[in-house]
Design a protein around this ligand. Structure first.
Ligand SMILES: C[S@@+](CC[C@H](N)C(=O)[O-])C[C@H]1O[C@@H](n2cnc3c(N)ncnc32)[C@H](O)[C@@H]1O
Length: 253
């Protein structure tokens, strides 16, 4: 991928993340993740794969000492631009810029699907957390997008083909076991349903269709027809897009 393609990929991701952030259920989910982490004044916490940085700012507003890390330079510059005064650093989940046991909290939201060795990332989380520290990992299962359409078979193909393009599309199913194997205790899993009937969600669906079209999983005519139907649904209030978001939490011994 050249620099230009990389930049436009980040722009599209940022637009989708901004949209996701504005959905009320997603806001509630972020607030719940802070509760599970035990965010309070002076708690040292990292937001891994912080993207444009909203969660870092929100935890900072609660008095926590937060560092946002992300390996994508564009994300880090955007986060610094949006939230000046917060601490953002370029790093990835395998090499966190903290000494052993430095943190009370570790948060990763919609990140582990992009991490090719989740067990190694969890080992790194364990290293930086102090005893009693909390880890909270939020994410979707890429095989469980629920989208209404007149063509259920094509929709299923699009959802599954998109999942096949993701590094770890079903990692949420393994996270509880991986955390337990890494020695974490009090492992809990919850699912929170995100439902959107807003026409704005068509952007996300159109992006899915374009991506699976780009790898030849569907034809151009199928992509165009499916997106046109979703746009029409957006216009006349029939759009339905739902996604269970999983929250996996645990405590470091
Ligand atoms: C879908 S975005 C989510 C951003 C943010 N957490 C949010 O909820 O809006 C995924 C982020 O994970 C970052 N990421 C990808 N691979 C990573 C890795 N190995 N370690 C840490 N972050 C990673 C990406 O650069 C991107 O900013």
């Amino acid at each position: 991928m050249d620099q230009k393609q990389k930049a436009s990929g980040s722009d599209a991701l940022i637009a989708q993340l901004d949209l996701a952030e504005s959905i009320p259920e997603m806001r509630e989910l972020r607030m719940w993740s802070y509760e599970l982490l035990g965010i309070a004044a002076d708690v040292a916490v990292v937001d891994v794969g912080c993207g444009a940085g909203r969660a870092v700012a929100e935890m900072g507003m609660r008095g926590a000492q937060v560092v946002g890390i992300d390996p994508d330079e564009r994300m880090i510059s955007l986060a610094r631009e949006r939230w000046p005064g917060e601490d953002f650093r370029m790093a990835d989940a395998y090499g966190l810029p903290f000494v052993d046991g430095a943190l009370r909290g570790y948060r990763a939201d919609k990140v582990y699907h992009a991490v090719d060795d989740p067990a190694r990332a969890i080992d790194e989380a364990r290293r930086v957390l102090a005893s009693g520290g909390r880890i909270v990992v939020v994410g979707q299962d890429w095989d469980t997008f629920i989208i209404d359409s007149d063509d259920a078979a094509l929709t299923r193909r699009i959802v599954h083909a998109r999942a096949d393009m993701i590094t770890e599309p079903r990692v949420v199913r393994r996270l509880p076991r991986l955390l337990a194997e890494a020695g974490f205790v009090d492992v809990s899993v919850e699912a929170h349903m995100m439902v959107s009937r807003d026409a704005a969600a068509v952007t996300i669906l159109a992006d899915m269709a374009a991506k699976v079209r780009s790898v030849g999983a569907i034809s151009e005519a199928e992509a165009d027809g499916w997106v046109a139907e979703q746009r029409e649904r957006g216009r006349d209030g029939r759009l339905f897009f739902a996604l269970p978001m999983f929250v996996t939490a645990a405590t470091r011994l």
